[in-house]
Ligand binder design. Structure first.
Ligand SMILES: [Zn+2]
Length: 281
């Protein structure tokens, strides 16, 4: 059954963007194809992993430190496939991530150093996915920490004032793209980069046990999301515009697009994220 497209592909692209994720592989199950498409078009991307995924196994005798190192190496390889300029690991505890002031300061440091126009992070409002499953508490914490770091801390020179005094000037992030949303309002055409997403995911060998099955699932997921905009592949986001673009005027660009999407029924199925694919973090 084919349904005619009801939305148009999201056209705005951040010159610089940062993905903030809880675990190694979240960014690749999440917005990897969008990141690759934007990088191919000239954007510069940076990835921040709050944890090193040191609890992402089935064996209680595994050394978490060793697993964390393996997973950092895997994430580094995946990031090269996508084309990120670099990856930061914040070494927070996997399974116990907390949106506290210490994490916020670490994220503000990252934001003020890289100075992105947009940040991509997990939608922190999702506790239960509409089509089933529970969102990992680390995903919720990382998403909320990203939001709180963007607004107001990164833009306020009096937040963590020692940062501004030491040369990390306040920075305004203009947009948030929240991934794995229950209520998406923009769809990015990733027809050309789904293959890169799959290749990046294959780099997470410690987590991927059935790569062929994974590839099918990712392609189905991208196609299902792409049908919304008449593309062979798409990734969906909940876009929050914090600062309008100066050259777009008060009614221009993504604000209108997002507002229009908000006004329509945004209860479409969002394909299940990583939990449904790999069952791990
Ligand atoms: Zn995860």
């Amino acid at each position: 059954m084919s349904v005619p497209p009801s939305e148009t592909a999201h056209a705005w692209r951040p010159p610089r963007f940062m993905v903030i994720a809880a675990h190694p592989d979240d960014a690749d199950f999440g917005p990897a194809a969008t990141a690759a498409a934007w990088i191919d078009a000239g954007s510069v991307g940076w990835l921040v992993c709050c944890t090193s995924g040191d609890a992402g196994g089935e064996d209680p005798d595994l050394d978490p430190g060793e697993l964390g190192m393996v997973r950092e190496t895997e994430q580094g390889a995946a990031a090269s496939v996508v084309g990120y300029a670099g990856v930061s690991f914040l070494h927070q505890p996997d399974g116990a991530l907390d949106n506290d002031l210490a994490l916020r300061e670490l994220l503000v440091r990252e934001i003020r150093t890289f100075r992105p126009d947009a940040i991509l992070a997990t939608d922190p409002e999702v506790i239960f996915y509409r089509d089933g499953g529970v969102n990992h508490s680390d995903h919720r914490a990382a998403g909320m920490a990203a939001v709180d770091a963007v607004y107001p801390a990164a833009r306020n020179p009096m937040a963590f004032p020692w940062l501004a005094k030491s040369g990390l000037a306040a920075h305004i992030v203009r947009r948030l793209y929240l991934f794995w949303p229950n209520d998406p309002n923009v769809w990015v055409d990733v027809s050309a980069t789904v293959d890169r997403k799959i290749e990046a995911l294959r780099a997470h060998a410690s987590q991927i046990h059935e790569p062929a099955k994974l590839e099918t699932r990712i392609r189905d997921w991208a196609a299902e999301t792409g049908a919304k905009i008449g593309a062979t592949g798409a990734e969906a986001f909940r876009l929050v515009v914090i600062e309008d673009d100066e050259d777009e005027g008060p009614t221009g660009g993504g604000t209108t697009e997002a507002a229009a999407a908000e006004a329509t029924d945004a209860t479409e199925d969002t394909p299940a994220p990583e939990a449904a694919v790999a069952g791990s973090d």
